[in-house]
Design a protein around this ligand. Structure first.
Ligand code: SAM
Length: 240
């Protein structure tokens, strides 16, 4: 256990993130809760400690390569599932104001428990569809950063996530090894949603050596009125 914790501290350090004793304890408690609750509900297929630390915890922290997270920035994590990437980011950047959105109530219950047990302040967990919440004035065009990992292909995902982002803010989509095709097919959705591609950052997981990409999209101005369309439509009929 000490070994994985120092592994995480070293590798977070290489990303410029300083993890102290409190943060490392929070990561370990998060790991325990994940494994415990995973026996009652489907949260993750990865349960081995080293793999969780690398493929969930470290992977989540790489968002810091794509966006400035220091200070009291507002971040919306869409389709957070078991809390990735937002819970590791909140542990590492305690001033971050995090809003988690997920369509599955039991995952939201799990995340509320994680926030309570880790004593994380400034996390709001919302049960609902991104398409519905992205239409509410308190969430629409409000966030400095939106994130999403393993939720959908970019063309559909952009319509779920970009409506949350304020003008001048960013949506960071966490993607696997192959993004070229998704990037090409997402161009039309970006133009409709008043956003543009800003950067694509390639990285490698330190142990597994698997490729990852952070696709960074910048919001040019407010979300055009027709978007997001009704729940279910963006992924069923993406803006292609
Ligand atoms: N981001 C997490 C990760 O990387 O481990 C979870 C990924 S999981 C495969 C996708 C999650 O997105 C699920 O928890 C699902 O409930 C949620 N989801 C899918 N469509 C959604 C929508 N339209 N609005 C909100 N949540 C959604």
């Amino acid at each position: 256990m000490v070994q994985v914790q120092s592994w995480l501290a070293d590798n977070a350090g290489a990303l410029g993130i300083l993890l102290g004793e409190r943060e490392l304890e929070q990561f370990e408690r998060y790991y325990e809760l994940l494994v415990e609750w995973n026996e009652k509900m489907n949260l993750t297929g990865i349960t081995e400690r080293e793999a969780v630390y690398e493929k969930h915890f470290y992977d989540s922290l790489t968002v810091s390569m794509a966006a400035e997270l220091e200070g009291d920035k507002a971040l919306a994590d869409i389709g957070s599932g078991a809390g990735f990437p937002s819970i590791p980011l909140k542990i590492a950047f305690p001033d971050l104001k995090v809003t988690i959105v997920d369509a599955l109530a039991k995952r939201i219950r799990f995340l509320e428990e994680v926030a309570a047990q880790l004593d994380l302040k400034g996390i709001v967990c919302l049960h609902g569809r991104a398409e519905d919440l992205g239409r509410l004035p308190e969430h629409r065009d409000r966030y400095d950063i939106a994130t999403a990992r393993a939720v959908a292909r970019l063309a559909g995902l952009n319509e779920l996530c970009l409506p949350f982002v304020r003008a001048g803010g960013f949506f960071v989509a966490m993607k696997g090894s192959d993004v070229r095709e998704e990037l090409d097919e997402s161009e039309y959705s970006l133009s409709k949603l008043n956003a543009r591609l800003r950067d694509t950052i390639r990285l490698e997981l330190p142990i597994e050596k698997a490729d990852r990409h952070l696709v960074v999209m910048a919001k040019n101005g407010p979300t055009p009125k027709p978007y997001p369309r009704k729940a279910g439509i963006p992924l069923k009929t993406p803006l292609l």
